[in-house]
Design a binder for this molecule. Structure first.
Ligand SMILES: *Cc1c(COP(=O)(O)O)cnc(C)c1O
Ligand SMILES: [Zn+2]
Length: 391
């Protein structure tokens, strides 16, 4: 039995039935899945979870599907939380951790969102999906829909690292390379999908990807013994990581699984594409489109995010902040994480260390704070671009 109650608009009062496929609300804002949390609270204790298999479906009561046979799963989630003692010592921090999302199927946290979204798409009878992607989302979508028997159409920037493109093709997806960045891919997709029966699986234009991604928040709580950390640093593009974790912290408080203060959320972007950082600093509620985005960290090369107002709200409610770091800082941090901790991060993951260094310089974290850096994906898919620093 599922505890999923409805889909609720994040901006107006509208709500929708989860028995049909939905994209955005009629007002244009993303929809959130809402659950019968009171019922879950009666039926499930957080400690019941500890004996379940180590993947994100261990939190099935707060996910859209509870029957194992309907889940499209490759073992995603429950990634290791690794102490980063060497980096911590260097920075004067006693409690630094790396949540290593590179161990997910297809090598990034995007697998989480695709497992839940494709499971629901399959349940709802969807036969064809499409999305624009900088690489990792496309690879994950292609893998999960291959497993679900769903056809996939992905639109990626022409300069996408070739590894992402061949990955998608191997999974049988149709790939179109587009001149420009992810927003140009979205525009091309809108053109191509006219008259077709494609379901749009774009970030936050579909309500269940964020449900998979929110499990990063549940895992942090469980892996820290149901004590939330103090600071979470996340490389932010479309925003589902931040938005999802904030939703998870809120749900867990309502379930009585965690108490006290929620973590400060820190969004890191590249100085070459920092729309959220700019809006945060200017006190704005939403972000302007970033002109001429440029960064090696392709997953955060998002000039305009549909959920920008939700990212900004989460950052402010958590008393967190937003930081833009240079390309040089990103590359140096990739090297430093690799050489001090034995984890080859994606450039996006590297950016989080660069962001942390700023926080340390500005005395915005304390020695004892429990701080988590998110390595959102593997550096192995970026070897062409990373050649520059390792040669
Ligand atoms: C998509 C992506 C991001 C950005 O994540 P959001 O949650 O959409 O902001 C960060 N890192 C990598 C490796 C990505 O693929
Ligand atoms: Zn609405």
């Amino acid at each position: 039995m599922t505890f999923l109650e409805k889909l609720e608009c994040t901006r107006c009062d509208a709500s929708y039935s989860p028995d049909q496929p939905h994209n955005l609300c009629q007002c244009g804002a993303p929809l959130f899945a809402r659950y019968k949390l009171e019922q879950i609270k009666q039926k499930l204790k957080r400690d019941d979870i500890s004996n379940r298999p180590p993947n994100l479906w261990r939190y099935r009561e707060v996910l859209p599907i509870t029957e194992t046979k309907v889940m499209v799963s490759l073992g995603e989630g429950f990634t290791p939380l690794i102490p980063a003692q060497n980096l911590g010592e260097k920075l004067g921090l006693e409690n630094l951790w790396i949540k290593d999302e590179s161990l997910n199927p297809t090598g990034s946290f995007k697998a989480r969102g695709m497992s839940t979204a494709i499971s629901m798409a399959k349940r709802l009878g969807i036969k064809e999906i499409c999305l624009p992607s900088a690489g990792n989302a496309a690879g994950a979508a292609a893998a999960y829909s291959a497993r679900a028997g769903i056809n996939t159409f992905v639109f990626m920037p022409k300069d996408t690292e070739s590894c992402f493109v061949s990955e998608c093709k191997n999974f049988g997806a149709q790939v179109e390379l587009v001149d420009g960045v992810i927003t140009d891919c979205a525009a091309k997709m809108a053109e191509r999908m006219k008259g077709k029966n494609w379901f749009d699986l774009s970030t936050l234009k579909e309500p269940y990807r964020v449900e998979g991604k929110k499990t990063m928040g549940y895992e942090l709580a469980e892996q820290f013994g149901w004590q939330l950390p103090d600071v979470v640093i996340y490389p932010t593009g479309g925003g589902t990581g931040i938005i999802g974790m904030w939703k998870a912290f809120d749900e867990m408080q309502k379930l009585g699984w965690v108490q006290g203060k929620k973590p400060k959320l820190v969004c890191v972007q590249s100085q070459g594409c920092a729309p959220v950082v700019k809006a945060f600093k200017e006190g704005k509620e939403s972000a302007e489109e970033w002109k001429k985005p440029e960064t090696i960290a392709s997953g955060i090369k998002v000039p305009k995010a549909i959920g920008d107002f939700l990212i900004l709200k989460a950052l402010r409610e958590s008393q967190g902040t937003a930081i833009a770091v240079s390309e040089e800082e990103i590359l140096n941090s990739v090297k430093e994480i690799s050489q001090r901790e034995g984890i080859l991060p994606c450039p996006e993951g590297g950016a989080t260390l660069a962001g942390l260094k700023r926080l340390v310089e500005e005395n915005k974290v304390t020695r004892a704070d429990r701080i988590v850096l998110f390595n959102t994906g593997t550096g192995l898919k970026y070897t062409e671009s990373l050649k520059r620093i390792f040669l």
